[in-house]
Design a protein around this ligand. Sequence first.
Ligand code: PHE
Length: 456
Amino acid sequence: MLNNNTFDMKSENRGSFSSKIGVILATVGTAVGLGNVWRFPYVVGENGGGAFLFVYILSLILLGIPGVVAEFIVGRHSQANAVDSFKKLAPKTKWHWIGYSGVLAGFLIMGYYAVVVGWTLEYLIQAIAGNLSNMTTAQYGEMFDQFASHPYLPLIWMVIVMFINTVIVARGVSGGIEKASNILMPIFFVIMLIMVVNSFFLPAAKEGLLYLFKPDFSQLKPVAILIAMGQTFFSLSLGMGCLITYSSYFKKDVNLPKTAAQVVGIDSLVALLSAMIIFPAVFSFGMAPEQGPSLVFKVLPNVFQQMPVGTLWSILFYALLFIAALTSLISLHEVVTAYLYENTSLSRKKSACLVAGMVVLLGVFASLSFGVLSDVKIFGKTIFDLLDFVTASILLPVGGFFISIFVGWYLDKRIIATELRIKHPKAHLFVKGYIYLMRIFVPTCIFAVFLFSMFG
Ligand code: PHE
């Protein structure tokens, strides 16, 4: 039977990140993921390079940082999961529906994210086995299509990925999530650095970098603004209570605005560095940058095989992608698990297993939408594409909109001031400015972009 004591005990023993570096690594771990290494370079490629980058950076500063701070305030102050945080801060209201939408978004994103993490594992193993070499461009394309549409191979990888993920999440906040981030993220940065240095020595390094950094505003289509905003939310794990959940494990001495700026800074740097690895390589070996989502699976192995010690670069790259994706998948898993754990009599381990089971079920449909279910279209999209669209383009921006309204209009200003804890004579001006951003500026931007994308 459920009783209140179980819940009281659970909410008292929630655990927390044990060190400040753990806070940064875990939060950077959720933010840095497929969004940076896989999605960002192809989105830049499809939207005209440097001009898009300019819009993206604006969006990061104006929407990203304030949005991250908003979730941090809600999470750290309430010390609760994505749903209960709103119940605590706004009892007897409907605000906690934001949390439900977040838990749902987390679950839906996992449904396709886990499939792609599975692909990265397959490619990592193939690279280690030395199988990603000596093929023609067409053969690399075929290899990916055959694998992704295979009736059970990608499913096996997805199950393995969810198993690893569950083991980590079941171990709890400091013993599982923080420990995994503390080990994996430094490895990630070392690999990234090696690859960036290598890319500077490629024949078309300059061309690749110019494409990325030289803005040509005539290339910028209006829809790119929406895409930039969607990418901001997705890449920063914003709008679905992920950062609420993580910051509920922050101790009181964590400086929220500073941490937010650091996380946004590192996340953007990683996205840029990924593009700096990929574009020079793609240009050097005569490929096109606007390949879309299959860029890293179809094009890159072909690019790497033409470099000296190509197998090594493939192994490093897919290891990089796998680590980035895994630490994000952990955070998605944690959002749903924390909610379940703190609202049922289930143990953390059982909650984590149950979530994983449901994700695998959804993932089967997402994965098969590249194969036997490829003809099943809902609103003209495959199941995989639909999950991506509904989450990144709808649930995350809508979640972000309501979180900013909540913080800007509903939440007591004193809570905001306490959580921002700025020791400066003009601190009140900063708090005022921040509240103005959350009241008017952020929601208006999200709303305008949203309307424009739906009806424009
Ligand atoms: N930020 C992650 C990425 O860039 C994806 C993600 C979205 C993770 C939402 C958690 C929550 O890949």
